[in-house]
Design a protein around this ligand. Structure first.
Ligand SMILES: [Zn+2]
Length: 95
């Protein structure tokens, strides 16, 4: 079962069996901006989101120390964040 064929407002065709109206193609296209959130564990992701950090650009304005202080953020998430920043040519703020 592939589900029903849907066509999103941007003309993408996709199959979905649930009631969720999210188009996977549109989701993918949004990824460059906030895809780094997807590689994080849920508590770390929520920590960033509650600090208003939803993009790598916003993340690059904070220091590693600041990020580590966020509730739910573990040291294991830092290498992933560093890499995500690096891939976009960004770094954490100094200090
Ligand atoms: Zn779409």
């Amino acid at each position: 079962m592939k589900g029903d064929l849907r066509i999103c407002k941007n003309g993408h065709r996709y199959y979905k069996s649930s009631d969720c109206p999210t188009c996977p193609v549109c989701e993918d296209e949004r990824k460059p901006d906030n895809g780094f959130l997807a590689v994080l564990a849920a508590p770390a992701r929520r920590a960033l989101e509650s600090a208003g950090i939803k993009t790598l650009k916003q993340l690059s304005k904070r220091s590693e120390t600041e990020i580590l202080k966020l509730h739910g953020m573990g040291p294991g998430s830092l290498p992933k964040l560093r890499k995500a920043l690096h891939d976009e040519g960004l770094t954490f703020k100094e200090g």
